[in-house]
Design a binder for this molecule. Structure first.
Ligand SMILES: Cc1cc2nc3c(=O)[nH]c(=O)nc-3n(C[C@H](O)[C@H](O)[C@H](O)COP(=O)(O)O)c2cc1C
Length: 189
């Protein structure tokens, strides 16, 4: 059995909603067991991640970077970094913010560098913006913001039952499936 863990923080529920759609996509792959872990302040339980073949990290973009809770978690993993405990696990990342840009790329880059520090193997988002005319911003299409380092979502100032829009949720499911399939392939190899 290939194990995939989704570790995320969410202050207001939007990243949480995306995390569950990532999980839905990952869980659709046969032979993949998925586990979802919400970070709270002071959470230091790494057992699920230590045991996983792949870890997907999700954080809202707050002030142009990952949230303080996610950063705190990252710093708490330094003993694992020293032991190379996550080396060669597959990694991916996602983030959401209010603005179309909102400096989400910086948050994804932070997650990417964090994974690289751990010696993990990064998988980005491979699908093109699926808008028929290639226009960015259409709400019902996959990868509407054309992000490739990882998965991005964009939210209105509204509760998580209304936003992010369907295209982002579709992207999340696709991303979860892609990471699960890749993790499975790696494990076999
Ligand atoms: C403290 C704070 C900082 C934020 N900073 C940004 C930002 O830099 N760029 C942006 O576009 N949105 C920003 N937002 C909006 C959030 O990224 C957006 O509402 C996101 O969906 C929140 O995710 P969550 O519900 O999982 O917490 C910020 C929100 C908060 C509360």
């Amino acid at each position: 059995m290939t194990k995939l863990a989704i570790i995320y923080h969410s202050g207001y529920g939007h990243t949480e909603k995306m995390a569950h759609h990532v999980k839905k996509g990952a869980a659709s792959v046969d032979g993949v067991e998925t586990l979802i872990l919400k970070l709270e302040d002071g959470n230091e339980d790494f057992s699920a991640a230590n045991d996983a073949d792949a870890i997907i990290f999700g954080s809202p973009t707050y002030m142009g970077s990952v949230s303080a809770v996610m950063k705190n978690f990252m710093e708490k993993t330094s003993p694992l970094f020293a032991k190379r405990q996550w080396k060669d696990k597959l990694a991916g990342g996602f983030t959401l913010s209010h603005s179309l840009s909102g400096d989400k790329l910086n948050a994804l880059m932070q997650i990417n560098i964090f994974a690289m520090q751990h010696g993990m193997i990064w998988a980005g988002f491979d699908e093109l913006n699926q808008s028929p005319d290639g226009e960015p911003g259409k709400e019902d299409v996959m990868n509407r913001m054309g992000a490739f380092l990882g998965l991005m979502g964009q939210t209105e100032n509204a509760p998580a039952d209304i936003t992010p829009p369907s295209g982002d949720l579709l992207s999340a499911e696709y991303f979860g499936k892609r990471l699960a399939e890749t993790a499975k392939r790696f494990k076999k190899a």
